[in-house]
Design a protein. Structure first.
Length: 450
């Protein structure tokens, strides 16, 4: 499998060189400029398939199809309405309509595309990425990397075995000013940072109490459930509300907390914690929502540093003037990164020392497409990893560790206690009840394997 991936990568490199050489030779008389551009573009393009295109996946499909060196060749969604909408949007961008294939297993048997973009619900993330890796495809995987820690470890092992490129979609790793802020932090602009406070706020409404319904004609509910054990369909789950059910989702902590906790971990240069606690619950409404709408996670590390995450799903009051962000506190001051591609540095008295402002507008509460132009940088980094073997902004091992931190927070929340953690690998120590949540049960025949 590794050999076939390398062969495909070599082919893409040669195609780019060939197309570049052709472009200096002039346009053939029988071809229009547009036709010629399509030929050159086709030779350069990485062909991708999109999995899960109702919301975030639709935004990603628009972004990938807008890249000059990419073509969205396939759309894979169990909702025929979402697939049709996405096909039309992609066709507007690239002038060519992608093919539809709702079954990911069948899609991955096709040899005429290079990479799978996974934006399906969380319970599909790692299983789909593992299947794609085994099929010789590269993977762009939306956060979180996995539904549970065991899947994350499987995914890391899978990538090591098959040698493909897997980029997690924590796009802020590629935003230029955010990356600059982290470099300044590492260079000592506030001395040694020892505490990173992260947060997210929104004004989400109640999801009510669901009723069982017949599966609509436009939905393949069997495929939607995929690896998850079977449950009857209720009217308040699909599409977005699955986030708040432990059976399929991972709550606000992984939905939005992953982004900022990842930046915190990057800035403090830490990996696995030694102790994890969480407090909170479903406070605002009495409905079917299972995960906390109000949550505070604390992660302590062996180097005497601390990360906290505060999630408020149902009260959108800002923290330090921003709906989402991370603030690093150090010996000599504070570095704060807000929702956008911007940051500021303050001294110990709160005086502004430096400010780098947004050059692109970002709407952190937009659940599908908050930052298309900036996210394109992350996409291009993924492509560069495929074509040239360049270092990824967020390889899957790093993505797994950041995902694991908030997963540990959720496990602490669900088991009602403090977790002692092995700082060498992130495993839970001396807590049998918590360790039961390290992995999940699967529908028979759908268990992910390397």
């Amino acid at each position: 499998m590794k050999k076939s991936i390398d062969s495909r990568r070599d082919f893409i490199k040669k195609a780019v060189v060939g197309a570049t050489a052709l472009s200096f030779g002039g346009i053939l008389p029988s071809f229009s400029a547009k036709s010629y551009a399509n030929i050159v573009g086709a030779n350069e393009r990485i062909r991708v398939a999109m999995m899960g295109v109702n919301a975030r996946g639709l935004a990603l499909a628009r972004n990938f199809s807008a890249q000059r060196n990419a073509e969205v060749a396939y759309v894979c969604d169990v909702d025929s309405r979402a697939a049709e909408k996405c096909n039309s949007a992609v066709e507007e961008n690239q002038g060519k309509r992608p093919k539809s294939e709702p079954d990911i297993r069948k899609l991955l048997s096709y040899s005429d595309f290079d990479a799978l973009v996974v934006a399906a619900p969380d319970h599909w993330h790692a299983p789909a990425a593992i299947l794609a890796s085994k099929a010789g495809k590269h993977v762009y995987l939306e956060k979180p990397a996995s539904h549970n820690p065991h899947e994350g470890e499987l995914l890391v092992a899978t990538q090591r075995k098959y040698g493909n490129v897997i980029q997690m979609g924590n796009q802020r790793r590629s935003w230029p000013n955010v990356a600059q802020a982290i470099r300044e932090l590492h260079s000592g602009i506030i001395g040694k940072p020892y505490y990173a406070k992260t947060w997210y706020s929104n004004n989400r409404t109640s999801i009510g109490v669901g009723k069982e319904i017949a599966v609509p004609s436009w939905l393949d509910y069997e495929l939607w459930q995929g690896p998850a054990p079977r449950l009857p369909l209720k009217d308040n789950v699909i599409h977005y509300n699955w986030h708040w059910f432990w059976h399929w989702g991972t709550g606000e902590a992984l939905n939005n907390g992953t982004h900022m906790v990842d930046l915190a971990r990057w800035g403090l240069q830490v990996d696995y914690p030694t102790k994890v606690t969480s407090a909170g619950g479903r406070y605002r409404y009495q409905d079917d929502w299972e995960a906390p709408d109000t949550q505070s996670i604390s992660l302590e590390f062996a180097d005497r540093s601390l990360i906290t995450w505060e999630g408020r799903s149902c009260n959108g009051q800002t923290t330090d003037g921003s709906t989402v962000g991370v603030a690093f506190y150090g010996e000599n001051g504070t570095v704060q990164i807000d929702s956008g591609n911007a940051y500021k540095v303050l001294d110990l008295k709160g005086k502004l020392v430096k400010e780098v402002k947004n050059d692109v507008t970002v709407d952190a509460r937009n659940v599908t497409n908050p930052s298309q132009a900036l996210d394109a940088i992350h996409i291009q980094n993924f492509f560069d990893g495929i074509k040239n073997g360049s270092e990824l902004a967020s390889d899957i091992e790093s993505g797994h560790i950041s995902t694991l931190l908030v997963q540990l927070g959720n496990i602490a929340q669900r088991t009602g206690g403090t977790l002692d953690v092995d700082p060498s690998n992130g495993h839970i120590l001396n807590n049998r009840g918590a360790r039961k949540l390290w992995r999940r049960e699967y529908e028979r025949g759908w268990e992910p394997t390397i």
